[in-house]
Ligand binder design. Structure first.
Ligand code: PRP
Ligand code: HPA
Length: 176
């Protein structure tokens, strides 16, 4: 087993009944409190990305916790970082997609021109639950012509079968 992965797993905390009764919330922030753990995590993510594709043009990060790792990975890979945000947060022209949440709907946006047609994209986020968020992100990236090489999350809640919703290859480092 990979020592880096054991250390990172050991730092994830579970909070029962947050934000609602019955939910066991997996918190990744303890990883960021320790720079050596953040380094372990980013190097695991980088190894994974490099195993999936020899070239990446754009790392796309999903609001909000995809923004924590995305820019670090992009800097290390020497490629762009591009955010996908919830409606009304990004200036200028945007492409939009509607997606389903547990309660109601939301809209995801990406800035026009931030991904060029045919560019190789890896989408990153902290966690895959129902998969609705990652599915919407894939739709948006494809809408602007991006070529998705992988969707990478730190944690996957396997019981929720979120990956069945994701139309592209999906990877996770930790499974619960
Ligand atoms: C969480 C998490 C993922 C998403 C996963 O973000 O960080 O982005 O939910 O859920 P899903 O697979 O069921 O779609 P949240 O929506 O809480 O947004 P935030 O990071 O902006 O708080
Ligand atoms: N942790 C963080 N984000 C989440 C979770 C969780 O357990 N479930 C859905 N979004």
């Amino acid at each position: 087993a990979d020592e880096r992965l054991s250390r990172v797993k050991g730092a994830v905390r579970g909070f029962p009944d947050f934000p609602k009764p019955g939910i066991l919330f997996r918190d990744i922030f303890p990883i960021l409190r320790d720079p050596s753990l953040l380094k372990d995590l980013c190097s695991l993510m980088l190894d994974h990305i490099r195993s999936k594709t020899s070239e990446v043009d754009v790392i796309v990060g999903l609001e909000a916790r995809g923004f924590l790792f995305g820019p670090i990975l992009a800097m290390e890979l020497g490629c762009s970082f591009v955010p996908i945000r919830k409606a009304g947060k990004l200036p200028g022209k945007t492409e939009k997609v509607e997606y389903i949440l547990e309660y109601g709907k939301d809209v995801f946006e990406i800035q026009e021109g931030s991904i060029l047609k045919g560019q190789k994209v890896v989408i990153v986020d902290d966690l895959l639950a129902t998969g609705g968020t990652m599915k919407a992100a894939c739709e948006l990236v494809k809408k602007v012509g991006g070529d998705i090489k992988d969707c990478l999350v730190v944690i996957e809640l396997s019981d929720l079968k979120g990956r069945d919703k994701v139309p592209e290859g999906c990877s996770s480092l930790i499974n619960y």
